[in-house]
Design a protein around this ligand. Structure first.
Ligand SMILES: C[S@@+](CC[C@H](N)C(=O)[O-])C[C@H]1O[C@@H](n2cnc3c(N)ncnc32)[C@H](O)[C@@H]1O
Length: 256
């Protein structure tokens, strides 16, 4: 199914970003547009732009200013030590003793990055080439952070492609596979903090093959599969071994 992402454009604001923007446009086979001389009618709904030191995803409203990038800073309220304490629901679901985790639905990488900061060995998979560019840019910025450099940490690696296929060909079995596919929304999402996810759904649509993804993860995981779902969704793999309930979401844990 074609998504809106297939009809984007790369925009650049000044010559300093020109060669990186050209390379990005070639990789995605998107047109390259000069922000200073945009046509009045644009066929594209989404854009990528190197702006304020980040690669940003823009829509028509944020074309001149703003945009969304992978945020590599700790979440509000998160302790700034490394490794951060494994105390939230995500860590409980992944398991405090677990070491290796594959996040097969990386998206804006907020869960992957939280796991990385908690000291897990994280490998990422993302099938959208556009999200993959945003993630790679975030991981490059992460690699330059003092706390990462000083500890000689390696940011997570990213595999680009469909996890249903990639999980079947792994060279090493991860202890845990983490899934956070997109479900159809039940209620209107209004909170500003959810904006990035709402945009992702607008662009990519729901992940209709999530049952196949769950089956592939179950085959490939060494010890457990963790599935994040909205609170209203039925558990995908039958009765989970454990569930951790948040305000509007749930982590279902399937132990092997
Ligand atoms: C809800 S978002 C994940 C958000 C993420 N947990 C975060 O913290 O930002 C779902 C992402 O998974 C990706 N995805 C869904 N199914 C996939 C699959 N089979 N293979 C690879 N990526 C997939 C989508 O492209 C989308 O970017």
């Amino acid at each position: 199914m074609p998504t809106l992402f297939e009809h984007g454009a790369v925009v650049y604001a000044d010559d300093s970003a020109l060669s990186a923007s050209q390379a990005l446009a070639e990789r995605l086979r998107w047109p390259l547009l000069d922000l200073q001389s945009l046509p009045s009618e644009l066929p594209q709904a989404f854009f990528l732009c190197y702006r304020e030191g980040c690669l940003k995803l823009l829509d028509r409203q944020t074309l001149k200013k703003g945009g969304l990038a992978v945020d590599v800073e700790p979440r509000p309220g998160e302790q700034h030590s490394y490794p951060a304490p494994k105390k939230d629901l995500l860590a409980q679901a992944i398991g405090k003793k677990t070491k290796t985790v594959i996040d097969a639905t990386t998206g804006w990488a907020q869960d992957s990055l939280a796991l990385f900061r908690m000291g897990y060995d994280v490998q990422c998979i993302e099938r959208s080439p556009v999200m993959a560019e945003l993630i790679q840019n975030g991981f490059q910025r992460l690699a330059e952070k003092d706390w990462v450099v000083n500890r000689q940490l390696q940011p997570p690696t990213l595999l680009v492609g469909n996890a249903i296929e990639l999980l079947a060909g792994l060279s090493e079995v991860p202890e845990c596979i983490y899934l956070d596919p997109m479900f159809p929304p039940k209620r209107k999402q209004t909170a500003a903090t959810r904006k990035s996810m709402a945009i992702l759904r607008d662009i990519l649509g729901d992940d209709l093959d999530r049952a196949d993804l769950f089956a592939a993860a179950w085959q490939a995981a060494g010890k457990r599969v963790v599935l994040k779902s909205p609170d209203y969704a039925e558990p995908m793999g039958g009765k989970p071994s454990e569930s951790y309930h948040g305000k509007l979401l749930r982590y279902d844990v399937y132990l092997k």
